[in-house]
Design a protein around this ligand. Sequence first.
Ligand code: ATP
Ligand code: MG
Ligand code: MG
Ligand code: MG
Length: 471
Amino acid sequence: MRSPDIRSTFLDFFSARDHRVVPSGPLIPDDPTLLLTAAGMNQFKPYMLGERVPEHRRATSVQKCARTSDIDNVGRTTRHTTFFEMLGNFSFGDYFKQEAIGWAWELLTGHFGLDPDRLWVTVYSDDDEAERMWRRLGVPGERVQRLGMADNYWSMGVPGPCGPSSELHYDRGPSFGREGGPAVDGERYQEIWNLVFMQNLRGEGPSKEGYPIVGELPARNIDTGLGLDRLAAILQDVDTLCETDLVAPTFRLAQELAGRAYPGRDGSEESVSFRVVTDHARSVAFLIADGVLPGKDGRGYVLRRLMRRAIRHARTLGIDEPALPALTASVIDNLGPAWPELERRRELVRQVVAAEEEAFDRTLRQGSRLLDGAIERARRSGSGLSGRTAFELHDTYGFPIDLTVDAARSAGLTVDEDAFGELLERQQRQAKEAERDRKGGAVARQDAYRRIVARHGLTDFVGYDRTRADV
Ligand code: ATP
Ligand code: MG
Ligand code: MG
Ligand code: MG
Protein backbone atom coordinates (compact mmCIF):
# COMPACT_ATOMS: atom_id res chain seq x y z
CA MET A 1 0.00 0.00 0.00
CA ARG A 2 1.37 3.39 -1.01
CA SER A 3 1.39 6.35 1.34
CA PRO A 4 -1.53 8.28 -0.26
CA ASP A 5 -3.69 5.18 0.26
CA ILE A 6 -2.49 4.79 3.85
CA ARG A 7 -3.48 8.38 4.63
CA SER A 8 -6.90 8.05 3.06
CA THR A 9 -7.62 4.63 4.59
CA PHE A 10 -6.91 6.10 8.01
CA LEU A 11 -8.96 9.27 7.55
CA ASP A 12 -11.86 7.39 5.92
CA PHE A 13 -11.97 4.89 8.77
CA PHE A 14 -12.34 7.61 11.36
CA SER A 15 -14.60 9.93 9.39
CA ALA A 16 -16.95 6.95 8.95
CA ARG A 17 -16.98 6.93 12.76
CA ASP A 18 -18.08 10.52 12.96
CA HIS A 19 -14.66 12.18 13.24
CA ARG A 20 -14.16 15.53 11.55
CA VAL A 21 -11.14 15.59 9.23
CA VAL A 22 -8.99 18.52 10.36
CA PRO A 23 -6.04 19.79 8.30
CA SER A 24 -2.52 19.57 9.71
CA GLY A 25 -1.40 22.43 11.89
CA PRO A 26 1.79 24.31 10.86
CA LEU A 27 5.24 23.21 12.01
CA ILE A 28 5.59 26.50 13.87
CA PRO A 29 3.11 26.04 16.67
CA ASP A 30 0.86 28.69 18.10
CA ASP A 31 2.14 27.78 21.56
CA PRO A 32 4.96 29.54 23.41
CA THR A 33 5.91 26.39 25.36
CA LEU A 34 6.91 24.57 22.15
CA LEU A 35 9.68 25.12 19.60
CA LEU A 36 8.19 23.02 16.81
CA THR A 37 5.13 20.87 16.30
CA ALA A 38 6.09 17.34 17.24
CA ALA A 39 2.75 15.58 17.58
CA GLY A 40 -0.79 15.55 16.21
CA MET A 41 -2.37 16.77 19.39
CA ASN A 42 -0.51 20.11 19.54
CA GLN A 43 -3.24 22.03 17.76
CA PHE A 44 -5.89 20.44 19.99
CA LYS A 45 -4.25 21.19 23.31
CA PRO A 46 -6.65 24.05 24.23
CA TYR A 47 -9.61 21.67 23.80
CA MET A 48 -8.07 19.18 26.17
CA LEU A 49 -7.23 21.83 28.74
CA GLY A 50 -10.81 23.08 28.52
CA GLU A 51 -9.66 26.51 27.36
CA ARG A 52 -11.61 26.32 24.11
CA VAL A 53 -14.72 24.41 23.11
CA PRO A 54 -14.36 22.37 19.90
CA GLU A 55 -17.00 22.54 17.20
CA HIS A 56 -16.89 18.81 16.93
CA ARG A 57 -15.93 16.39 19.68
CA ARG A 58 -14.17 13.88 17.44
CA ALA A 59 -11.35 14.76 15.08
CA THR A 60 -8.87 13.01 12.82
CA SER A 61 -5.80 14.42 11.08
CA VAL A 62 -2.50 13.85 9.31
CA GLN A 63 -0.06 16.09 11.14
CA LYS A 64 3.36 17.22 9.94
CA CYS A 65 5.83 16.65 12.77
CA ALA A 66 9.38 17.87 13.33
CA ARG A 67 11.25 16.11 16.10
CA THR A 68 14.78 17.32 16.17
CA SER A 69 15.20 15.75 19.59
CA ASP A 70 15.54 12.54 17.57
CA ILE A 71 18.33 13.98 15.42
CA ASP A 72 21.05 11.74 16.84
CA ASN A 73 18.98 8.64 16.14
CA VAL A 74 18.57 9.38 12.47
CA GLY A 75 20.48 6.86 10.41
CA ARG A 76 21.47 4.94 13.55
CA THR A 77 18.06 3.44 14.24
CA THR A 78 15.79 2.29 11.43
CA ARG A 79 12.75 4.01 12.90
CA HIS A 80 13.56 7.66 13.61
CA THR A 81 13.46 10.62 11.27
CA THR A 82 13.47 14.32 12.13
CA PHE A 83 10.36 14.89 10.02
CA PHE A 84 7.46 12.48 9.81
CA GLU A 85 3.70 12.40 9.40
CA MET A 86 1.49 11.41 12.28
CA LEU A 87 -1.98 10.00 11.71
CA GLY A 88 -4.27 10.63 14.65
CA ASN A 89 -7.76 10.31 16.04
CA PHE A 90 -8.94 12.48 18.90
CA SER A 91 -11.80 12.67 21.35
CA PHE A 92 -12.48 15.81 23.32
CA GLY A 93 -14.47 14.60 26.27
CA ASP A 94 -16.31 12.14 24.04
CA TYR A 95 -15.32 8.45 23.65
CA PHE A 96 -12.52 6.97 25.74
CA LYS A 97 -10.32 3.90 26.19
CA GLN A 98 -12.63 1.17 24.99
CA GLU A 99 -13.31 2.71 21.58
CA ALA A 100 -9.73 3.93 21.08
CA ILE A 101 -8.33 0.45 21.70
CA GLY A 102 -11.01 -1.38 19.72
CA TRP A 103 -10.71 0.86 16.66
CA ALA A 104 -6.91 0.76 16.62
CA TRP A 105 -7.01 -3.02 16.56
CA GLU A 106 -9.75 -3.17 13.93
CA LEU A 107 -7.97 -0.72 11.63
CA LEU A 108 -4.52 -2.31 11.85
CA THR A 109 -5.52 -5.93 11.55
CA GLY A 110 -8.68 -5.54 9.42
CA HIS A 111 -7.98 -2.65 7.04
CA PHE A 112 -4.18 -2.50 6.90
CA GLY A 113 -3.93 -6.27 7.16
CA LEU A 114 -1.16 -6.47 9.76
CA ASP A 115 -0.58 -9.97 11.10
CA PRO A 116 -2.08 -9.98 14.63
CA ASP A 117 0.57 -12.47 15.73
CA ARG A 118 3.26 -9.86 15.14
CA LEU A 119 1.56 -7.16 17.20
CA TRP A 120 2.56 -6.51 20.81
CA VAL A 121 1.05 -3.98 23.15
CA THR A 122 2.31 -2.07 26.16
CA VAL A 123 0.22 -0.51 28.89
CA TYR A 124 1.12 1.83 31.75
CA SER A 125 2.27 -0.01 34.87
CA ASP A 126 -1.02 0.17 36.80
CA ASP A 127 -3.47 0.17 33.91
CA ASP A 128 -5.32 -3.13 34.46
CA GLU A 129 -8.30 -1.83 32.53
CA ALA A 130 -6.37 -1.32 29.28
CA GLU A 131 -4.77 -4.74 29.61
CA ARG A 132 -8.19 -6.38 30.03
CA MET A 133 -9.45 -4.65 26.90
CA TRP A 134 -6.54 -5.89 24.77
CA ARG A 135 -6.94 -9.42 26.10
CA ARG A 136 -10.61 -9.38 25.22
CA LEU A 137 -9.67 -8.53 21.62
CA GLY A 138 -7.58 -11.70 21.57
CA VAL A 139 -4.08 -10.40 22.31
CA PRO A 140 -2.40 -13.16 24.33
CA GLY A 141 -1.13 -12.26 27.81
CA GLU A 142 2.52 -12.77 26.88
CA ARG A 143 2.28 -10.07 24.25
CA VAL A 144 1.00 -7.43 26.67
CA GLN A 145 3.79 -5.73 28.60
CA ARG A 146 3.71 -3.09 31.29
CA LEU A 147 6.06 -0.11 31.21
CA GLY A 148 6.66 2.87 33.47
CA MET A 149 6.32 6.58 33.10
CA ALA A 150 9.25 7.11 30.73
CA ASP A 151 7.59 5.03 28.01
CA ASN A 152 3.89 4.86 28.76
CA TYR A 153 2.91 8.17 30.21
CA TRP A 154 2.59 10.98 27.73
CA SER A 155 2.65 14.73 28.27
CA MET A 156 2.85 17.87 26.21
CA GLY A 157 4.36 21.09 27.48
CA VAL A 158 4.56 22.33 31.05
CA PRO A 159 1.97 22.92 32.31
CA GLY A 160 0.15 20.67 29.91
CA PRO A 161 -2.17 17.73 29.54
CA CYS A 162 -0.88 14.23 30.27
CA GLY A 163 -2.05 10.70 30.84
CA PRO A 164 -1.23 7.02 30.69
CA SER A 165 -0.81 5.52 27.25
CA SER A 166 -0.98 2.19 25.55
CA GLU A 167 1.12 1.44 22.52
CA LEU A 168 1.02 -0.97 19.61
CA HIS A 169 4.31 -2.43 18.42
CA TYR A 170 5.12 -4.50 15.38
CA ASP A 171 7.67 -7.29 15.44
CA ARG A 172 10.05 -6.61 12.56
CA GLY A 173 11.75 -9.96 12.98
CA PRO A 174 15.02 -11.33 14.32
CA SER A 175 17.24 -9.42 11.89
CA PHE A 176 16.24 -6.22 13.77
CA GLY A 177 17.12 -7.24 17.29
CA ARG A 178 16.57 -9.34 20.35
CA GLU A 179 13.53 -11.38 21.25
CA GLY A 180 11.39 -10.43 24.22
CA GLY A 181 8.95 -7.71 23.21
CA PRO A 182 9.04 -3.91 23.26
CA ALA A 183 10.23 -3.83 26.86
CA VAL A 184 13.45 -5.47 25.63
CA ASP A 185 14.11 -4.08 22.17
CA GLY A 186 12.55 -1.02 20.53
CA GLU A 187 14.22 -1.63 17.18
CA ARG A 188 12.85 -5.09 16.67
CA TYR A 189 9.44 -4.40 18.24
CA GLN A 190 8.83 -1.03 16.68
CA GLU A 191 6.28 1.22 18.23
CA ILE A 192 3.80 2.20 15.57
CA TRP A 193 0.79 3.63 17.39
CA ASN A 194 0.50 5.43 20.68
CA LEU A 195 -2.93 5.76 22.31
CA VAL A 196 -2.95 8.35 25.06
CA PHE A 197 -5.69 8.52 27.65
CA MET A 198 -5.43 12.22 28.42
CA GLN A 199 -6.90 12.89 31.80
CA ASN A 200 -4.40 14.73 34.00
CA LEU A 201 -2.45 17.94 34.21
CA ARG A 202 1.32 17.87 34.37
CA GLY A 203 3.31 20.18 36.64
CA GLU A 204 6.92 21.36 36.64
CA GLY A 205 9.43 18.54 37.17
CA PRO A 206 13.06 17.69 36.55
CA SER A 207 12.60 15.06 33.87
CA LYS A 208 10.26 13.04 31.70
CA GLU A 209 9.81 10.55 34.51
CA GLY A 210 10.05 12.93 37.41
CA TYR A 211 7.17 15.35 37.19
CA PRO A 212 4.20 15.69 39.48
CA ILE A 213 0.60 15.31 38.40
CA VAL A 214 -1.07 18.43 39.64
CA GLY A 215 -4.68 17.89 38.71
CA GLU A 216 -7.32 16.42 36.47
CA LEU A 217 -8.46 17.77 33.12
CA PRO A 218 -12.05 18.95 32.88
CA ALA A 219 -12.87 15.86 30.79
CA ARG A 220 -11.28 12.60 29.69
CA ASN A 221 -9.82 12.78 26.18
CA ILE A 222 -8.22 10.55 23.59
CA ASP A 223 -5.10 11.50 21.67
CA THR A 224 -3.52 8.96 19.36
CA GLY A 225 -0.53 9.03 17.04
CA LEU A 226 0.24 6.45 14.37
CA GLY A 227 3.51 7.02 12.52
CA LEU A 228 2.75 7.06 8.79
CA ASP A 229 6.40 6.47 7.91
CA ARG A 230 6.70 3.44 10.17
CA LEU A 231 3.48 1.91 8.96
CA ALA A 232 4.55 2.52 5.35
CA ALA A 233 7.87 0.76 5.99
CA ILE A 234 5.99 -2.31 7.24
CA LEU A 235 3.37 -2.33 4.51
CA GLN A 236 5.97 -1.76 1.80
CA ASP A 237 8.32 -4.26 3.36
CA VAL A 238 11.38 -2.03 3.47
CA ASP A 239 13.98 -1.91 6.23
CA THR A 240 14.17 1.78 7.02
CA LEU A 241 11.94 4.84 6.81
CA CYS A 242 14.18 6.31 4.09
CA GLU A 243 13.20 3.54 1.73
CA THR A 244 9.43 4.10 1.85
CA ASP A 245 7.68 5.79 -1.06
CA LEU A 246 7.59 8.96 1.09
CA VAL A 247 11.25 9.71 0.47
CA ALA A 248 12.57 6.94 -1.80
CA PRO A 249 13.12 9.29 -4.79
CA THR A 250 15.34 11.55 -2.64
CA PHE A 251 17.16 8.53 -1.27
CA ARG A 252 17.82 7.32 -4.84
CA LEU A 253 18.94 10.77 -5.92
CA ALA A 254 21.49 10.89 -3.08
CA GLN A 255 22.95 7.63 -4.40
CA GLU A 256 23.05 8.97 -7.94
CA LEU A 257 24.81 12.15 -6.86
CA ALA A 258 27.28 10.16 -4.79
CA GLY A 259 27.86 7.76 -7.65
CA ARG A 260 27.49 4.74 -5.44
CA ALA A 261 24.79 2.51 -4.04
CA TYR A 262 23.44 2.49 -0.51
CA PRO A 263 25.18 -0.42 1.19
CA GLY A 264 22.06 -1.59 3.02
CA ARG A 265 21.37 -1.72 6.73
CA ASP A 266 24.92 -2.76 7.56
CA GLY A 267 25.71 -0.31 10.35
CA SER A 268 28.39 1.41 8.26
CA GLU A 269 28.99 5.16 8.45
CA GLU A 270 28.18 5.33 4.77
CA SER A 271 24.72 3.89 5.35
CA VAL A 272 24.15 6.41 8.15
CA SER A 273 25.17 9.27 5.86
CA PHE A 274 22.77 8.25 3.10
CA ARG A 275 19.91 8.16 5.57
CA VAL A 276 20.85 11.44 7.27
CA VAL A 277 21.06 13.26 3.95
CA THR A 278 17.67 11.95 2.85
CA ASP A 279 15.95 12.66 6.14
CA HIS A 280 17.38 16.12 6.60
CA ALA A 281 16.51 17.17 3.05
CA ARG A 282 12.88 16.44 3.83
CA SER A 283 12.76 18.23 7.17
CA VAL A 284 14.61 21.23 5.73
CA ALA A 285 12.13 21.55 2.85
CA PHE A 286 9.13 21.36 5.18
CA LEU A 287 10.56 23.77 7.74
CA ILE A 288 11.37 26.43 5.16
CA ALA A 289 7.97 25.98 3.51
CA ASP A 290 6.37 26.66 6.88
CA GLY A 291 8.30 29.88 7.35
CA VAL A 292 11.46 28.94 9.27
CA LEU A 293 14.59 30.72 8.05
CA PRO A 294 18.16 29.93 9.11
CA GLY A 295 19.29 31.87 12.15
CA LYS A 296 21.50 31.94 15.20
CA ASP A 297 19.04 30.56 17.72
CA GLY A 298 15.69 28.93 18.24
CA ARG A 299 13.96 27.48 15.20
CA GLY A 300 16.38 29.20 12.85
CA TYR A 301 19.28 27.38 14.43
CA VAL A 302 17.47 24.06 14.30
CA LEU A 303 17.11 24.55 10.56
CA ARG A 304 20.71 25.62 10.14
CA ARG A 305 21.95 22.56 12.04
CA LEU A 306 19.92 20.27 9.82
CA MET A 307 21.27 21.91 6.67
CA ARG A 308 24.87 21.85 7.82
CA ARG A 309 24.70 18.25 8.91
CA ALA A 310 23.16 17.29 5.60
CA ILE A 311 25.90 19.12 3.71
CA ARG A 312 28.70 17.54 5.70
CA HIS A 313 27.23 14.06 5.24
CA ALA A 314 26.80 14.72 1.53
CA ARG A 315 30.48 15.67 1.26
CA THR A 316 31.61 12.57 3.13
CA LEU A 317 29.61 10.55 0.58
CA GLY A 318 31.69 12.20 -2.12
CA ILE A 319 29.01 14.61 -3.37
CA ASP A 320 31.16 17.60 -4.18
CA GLU A 321 28.67 19.77 -6.01
CA PRO A 322 25.77 21.54 -4.24
CA ALA A 323 23.47 18.82 -2.93
CA LEU A 324 20.62 20.45 -1.03
CA PRO A 325 18.96 22.30 -3.94
CA ALA A 326 18.52 19.08 -5.90
CA LEU A 327 17.63 16.95 -2.88
CA THR A 328 15.01 19.34 -1.54
CA ALA A 329 13.57 19.74 -5.06
CA SER A 330 13.07 15.99 -5.22
CA VAL A 331 11.29 16.10 -1.85
CA ILE A 332 8.95 18.73 -3.29
CA ASP A 333 8.38 16.74 -6.50
CA ASN A 334 7.41 13.70 -4.48
CA LEU A 335 5.46 15.17 -1.59
CA GLY A 336 4.11 18.32 -3.23
CA PRO A 337 0.86 16.63 -4.26
CA ALA A 338 0.10 15.72 -0.63
CA TRP A 339 1.50 18.97 0.83
CA PRO A 340 0.79 21.88 -1.56
CA GLU A 341 2.66 24.38 0.63
CA LEU A 342 5.88 22.72 -0.56
CA GLU A 343 5.02 23.50 -4.16
CA ARG A 344 4.06 27.08 -3.28
CA ARG A 345 7.38 27.68 -1.57
CA ARG A 346 9.55 25.80 -4.05
CA GLU A 347 11.55 28.86 -5.07
CA LEU A 348 12.07 30.05 -1.50
CA VAL A 349 13.33 26.61 -0.46
CA ARG A 350 15.75 26.57 -3.37
CA GLN A 351 17.13 30.00 -2.60
CA VAL A 352 17.56 29.40 1.12
CA VAL A 353 19.32 26.05 0.79
CA ALA A 354 21.51 27.24 -2.08
CA ALA A 355 22.67 30.27 -0.08
CA GLU A 356 23.34 28.23 3.04
CA GLU A 357 25.27 25.57 1.16
CA GLU A 358 27.40 28.14 -0.61
CA ALA A 359 28.19 29.97 2.63
CA PHE A 360 28.90 26.84 4.63
CA ASP A 361 31.04 25.28 1.92
CA ARG A 362 33.53 28.09 2.21
CA THR A 363 34.40 27.19 5.78
CA LEU A 364 33.52 23.51 5.65
CA ARG A 365 36.70 22.50 3.89
CA GLN A 366 38.97 24.27 6.37
CA GLY A 367 36.89 23.17 9.33
CA SER A 368 36.87 19.58 8.15
CA ARG A 369 40.66 19.65 7.91
CA LEU A 370 40.91 20.89 11.50
CA LEU A 371 38.35 18.34 12.66
CA ASP A 372 39.98 15.41 10.90
CA GLY A 373 43.38 16.40 12.29
CA ALA A 374 42.01 16.69 15.82
CA ILE A 375 40.27 13.33 15.53
CA GLU A 376 43.48 11.72 14.30
CA ARG A 377 45.48 13.17 17.21
CA ALA A 378 42.82 12.21 19.76
CA ARG A 379 42.78 8.69 18.41
CA ARG A 380 46.55 8.36 18.67
CA SER A 381 46.64 9.67 22.22
CA GLY A 382 43.62 7.59 23.23
CA SER A 383 41.67 10.61 24.46
CA GLY A 384 38.44 12.27 23.41
CA LEU A 385 37.99 15.52 21.51
CA SER A 386 38.48 18.58 23.70
CA GLY A 387 35.80 21.18 24.36
CA ARG A 388 38.17 23.80 22.99
CA THR A 389 38.42 22.09 19.60
CA ALA A 390 34.65 21.73 19.42
CA PHE A 391 34.33 25.40 20.34
CA GLU A 392 36.80 26.54 17.71
CA LEU A 393 34.94 24.53 15.10
CA HIS A 394 31.70 26.13 16.19
CA ASP A 395 33.04 29.62 16.48
CA THR A 396 35.34 29.92 13.51
CA TYR A 397 33.89 27.40 11.07
CA GLY A 398 30.20 27.35 12.00
CA PHE A 399 30.18 23.64 12.86
CA PRO A 400 27.15 22.97 15.06
CA ILE A 401 28.20 20.92 18.09
CA ASP A 402 26.18 17.89 17.09
CA LEU A 403 27.98 17.78 13.78
CA THR A 404 31.29 17.57 15.64
CA VAL A 405 29.88 14.99 18.04
CA ASP A 406 28.61 13.04 15.06
CA ALA A 407 31.98 13.02 13.33
CA ALA A 408 33.75 12.07 16.55
CA ARG A 409 31.26 9.30 17.14
CA SER A 410 31.89 7.89 13.69
CA ALA A 411 35.55 7.62 14.71
CA GLY A 412 34.63 5.99 18.02
CA LEU A 413 35.45 9.10 20.08
CA THR A 414 33.55 11.27 22.52
CA VAL A 415 33.57 15.07 22.81
CA ASP A 416 33.93 17.01 26.06
CA GLU A 417 30.53 18.65 25.66
CA ASP A 418 30.52 20.14 29.16
CA ALA A 419 33.69 22.09 28.47
CA PHE A 420 32.25 23.15 25.12
CA GLY A 421 29.08 24.34 26.87
CA GLU A 422 31.08 26.43 29.33
CA LEU A 423 33.08 28.11 26.58
CA LEU A 424 29.94 28.84 24.62
CA GLU A 425 28.18 30.26 27.63
CA ARG A 426 31.11 32.49 28.47
CA GLN A 427 31.18 33.79 24.92
CA GLN A 428 27.46 34.47 24.88
CA ARG A 429 27.68 36.30 28.19
CA GLN A 430 30.47 38.50 26.89
CA ALA A 431 28.59 39.19 23.68
CA LYS A 432 25.52 40.22 25.63
CA GLU A 433 27.51 42.57 27.83
CA ALA A 434 29.16 44.16 24.82
CA GLU A 435 25.80 44.58 23.15
CA ARG A 436 24.35 46.22 26.22
CA ASP A 437 27.22 48.69 26.40
CA ARG A 438 26.94 49.47 22.73
CA LYS A 439 23.28 50.30 22.45
CA GLY A 440 21.99 50.44 25.97
CA GLY A 441 19.68 53.34 25.31
CA ALA A 442 18.18 51.94 22.13
CA VAL A 443 17.46 48.55 23.71
CA ALA A 444 15.72 50.16 26.64
CA ARG A 445 13.58 52.20 24.27
CA GLN A 446 12.70 49.14 22.20
CA ASP A 447 11.67 47.26 25.30
CA ALA A 448 9.42 50.10 26.27
CA TYR A 449 7.78 49.97 22.81
CA ARG A 450 7.32 46.25 23.12
CA ARG A 451 5.61 46.69 26.44
CA ILE A 452 3.27 49.27 24.99
CA VAL A 453 2.37 47.05 22.04
CA ALA A 454 1.81 44.13 24.39
CA ARG A 455 -0.60 46.16 26.49
CA HIS A 456 -2.51 47.98 23.81
CA GLY A 457 -1.98 46.00 20.65
CA LEU A 458 -0.86 47.62 17.40
CA THR A 459 -2.89 50.71 16.58
CA ASP A 460 -4.19 51.74 13.18
CA PHE A 461 -3.10 55.07 11.79
CA VAL A 462 -6.27 57.11 11.42
CA GLY A 463 -4.73 60.53 10.79
CA TYR A 464 -5.76 60.58 7.12
CA ASP A 465 -9.45 60.20 7.94
CA ARG A 466 -9.72 62.05 11.16
CA THR A 467 -7.98 64.99 12.74
CA ARG A 468 -7.26 65.62 16.34
CA ALA A 469 -10.28 67.81 16.55
CA ASP A 470 -12.58 64.91 15.68
CA VAL A 471 -11.33 62.67 18.45
P1 ATP B 1 9.91 5.83 20.02
O1 ATP B 1 9.71 5.24 21.38
O2 ATP B 1 10.04 4.79 18.93
O3 ATP B 1 10.97 6.87 19.96
P2 ATP B 1 7.84 7.68 20.67
O4 ATP B 1 7.24 6.98 21.85
O5 ATP B 1 8.81 8.75 20.96
O6 ATP B 1 8.52 6.60 19.66
P3 ATP B 1 5.33 9.02 20.23
O7 ATP B 1 5.72 10.28 20.85
O8 ATP B 1 4.46 8.12 21.02
O9 ATP B 1 6.67 8.24 19.75
O10 ATP B 1 4.68 9.34 18.80
C1 ATP B 1 3.61 8.61 18.22
C2 ATP B 1 4.06 7.83 17.00
O11 ATP B 1 4.79 8.64 16.08
C3 ATP B 1 5.02 6.71 17.32
O12 ATP B 1 4.31 5.56 17.75
C4 ATP B 1 5.70 6.49 15.98
O13 ATP B 1 4.93 5.69 15.11
C5 ATP B 1 5.78 7.88 15.40
N1 ATP B 1 7.11 8.48 15.65
C6 ATP B 1 7.57 8.99 16.80
N2 ATP B 1 8.82 9.49 16.68
C7 ATP B 1 9.15 9.29 15.37
C8 ATP B 1 10.31 9.59 14.60
N3 ATP B 1 11.34 10.23 15.12
N4 ATP B 1 10.31 9.24 13.30
C9 ATP B 1 9.25 8.62 12.74
N5 ATP B 1 8.13 8.30 13.41
C10 ATP B 1 8.07 8.63 14.71
MG1 MG C 1 10.83 8.79 20.80
MG1 MG D 1 8.01 5.16 22.73
MG1 MG E 1 5.16 6.55 22.21
